[in-house]
Ligand binder design. Structure first.
Ligand code: ZN
Length: 481
């Protein structure tokens, strides 16, 4: 009987624990689910996509919000004093796992920030059952300073004349005084600096160029940009003299290729030998020329913020100009055109191994073999102005040496891409190759640079003193005597 009972009850008894197990598993799973929704669901994560300390008109607020359970709502406000303004107030149905706020003070006419301190508050809530079924919330807040008034620029010099490929100087005031400024011409930027000796710390000067290869109608403007990226652009009166540059044909023969190519290849590890003299020449004339000119442009960063020179620049004495600035060269080999390049300096010839004088006072920032220019010296004259001496046979100075105007710094030669002994001379302003002829001209130097520096620099201070309006108290006695 027992056996029968057992046999009858057995399957029922074995079914019960399975059912209990299933129910228990469901309860546990439910509890875990509820636990996650209530207790363990993490709060939304709020982070800044970009710094938000100093707020300008053009600097956007970027906030990233992420949540695993799902975001239900997002709200962001800015508070200044007791005035709260809502940037974003959104609810999400269906919930989402991430959201982004991108807001720019300049593009939102509804919200008016004012200069000064403020506070950003971002609140995000998810769909979890935390917070008594309202969802778990995160709040992020950040103090900021708004600076929304763009810098002010007032151009002080009245008339400007610029030859294509040449330079001129503008004097202006920029406020606040610590704002970065300069002249923009197309993609070129010519940094402005405090004018030496000016009593007013807001007075700046910028020597700028109209690059030889831009459209002469390219706008020339003073630009000021503050720490909060507020930007101002101001045009000024400038008369532009467009120029057409010469075109010259250069016949390249095997004797020339054999002279220049192996030397440059052996001195330039970055070049790969293509096993063909003409191919190697073309790589030098195109790619290495470009790389060398970029390296020259990058040297501007090494220039000191001071006038290292006082007098006009010197042309190599008794020299003949064999090639001029911005000559457009057509290269031919066996009568067939193989390349076109622009020559960005003056080729000056006298006698072989002629002494090469520094064109002005300065500091040497390069003295080495330098690609197409061969043995090369670059002298910094300050405020982004450099002079370059190429194809030298010997150096008399080394990098970091101070040089004086007319001091012999090298001997001319024919290293690099040179068919015969000559000096390649060029002037570079903030990375832009400019026509050196202006810098050799004492009248040009006086009218365009020195007269303006004197008008707005120490001379202005002296005239103020003479008018009985001394800038420095200790000079009062002298001025009265
Ligand atoms: Zn040259």
């Amino acid at each position: 009987m027992q056996y029968r009972t057992r046999a009858k009850v057995g399957p029922r008894l074995s079914l019960l624990p399975t059912l209990i197990m299933i129910v228990l598993a469901l309860v546990v799973a439910g509890a875990i689910f509820v636990g996650f929704r209530v207790l363990f669901a993490p709060r939304p994560r709020i982070s800044l996509g970009a710094p938000f300390d100093l707020v300008g008109r053009n600097r956007p607020l970027v906030v990233e919000v992420k949540d695993r359970t799902g975001l239900k709502s997002l709200r962001a406000t800015v508070t200044q004093g007791d005035k709260e303004q809502v940037i974003v107030d959104e609810t999400y149905d269906p919930p989402r796992n991430e959201a982004q706020i991108k807001w720019s003070p300049a593009q939102d006419p509804k919200i008016r920030l004012r200069d000064g301190p403020g506070k950003l508050t971002v609140t995000a809530r998810n769909v979890s059952w935390g917070g008594f079924f309202k969802g778990r919330a995160s709040t992020f807040s950040k103090s900021f300073t708004a600076r929304l008034v763009p810098p002010r620029i007032e151009v002080l010099t009245r008339q400007h004349y610029v030859n294509q490929g040449g330079c001129d100087m503008v004097v202006y005031r920029v406020t606040p005084a610590e704002t970065e400024s300069g002249v923009v011409v197309g993609s070129a930027f010519f940094k402005g600096f405090p004018l030496p000796g000016a009593a007013d710390p807001a007075v700046r000067f910028a020597i700028f160029a109209l690059p030889y290869d831009v459209d002469p109608a390219t706008p020339i403007r003073v630009r000021a940009r503050d720490e909060a990226e507020n930007e101002s652009l101001v045009g000024f009166w400038v008369k532009v003299f467009p120029r057409t540059f010469r075109t010259r044909e250069i016949e390249v023969d095997d004797a020339f290729l054999n002279k220049v190519v192996p030397e440059i290849m052996s001195q330039t590890p970055s070049l790969t030998d293509q096993g063909d003299l003409l191919k190697n020449f073309l790589a030098i004339n195109r790619d290495l020329r470009k790389a060398n000119n970029q390296a020259i442009a990058d040297l501007a960063a090494k220039s000191r913020a001071e006038f290292l020179w006082k007098e006009p620049f010197l042309q190599l004495s008794n020299s003949q100009v064999e090639a001029a600035f911005a000559d457009h060269r057509i290269y031919k080999y066996h009568g067939k055109e193989i390349d076109r390049q622009d020559h960005l300096g003056y080729d000056l010839a006298t006698v072989a191994r002629a002494p090469v004088a520094a064109s002005n006072d300065g500091v040497t920032i390069m003295a080495q073999f330098f690609g197409i220019y061969g043995n090369t010296i670059v002298v910094d004259h300050g405020y982004g102005l450099l002079s370059l001496y190429g194809h030298l046979s010997a150096f008399n100075i080394k990098e970091e040496d101070r040089v004086k105007r007319a001091q012999t710094i090298a001997q001319s030669g024919e290293t690099g891409l040179a068919g015969g002994d000559h000096l390649h001379f060029s002037m570079i302003l903030h990375g832009t190759q400019v026509d050196a002829r202006e810098w050799w001209d004492p009248h040009w130097i006086h009218d365009r640079i020195q007269a303006k520096l004197e008008e707005f620099g120490p001379a202005q201070q002296k005239s103020a003193e003479a008018a009985g309006n001394p800038q420095r108290p200790q000079r009062t006695g002298k001025a009265r005597r």
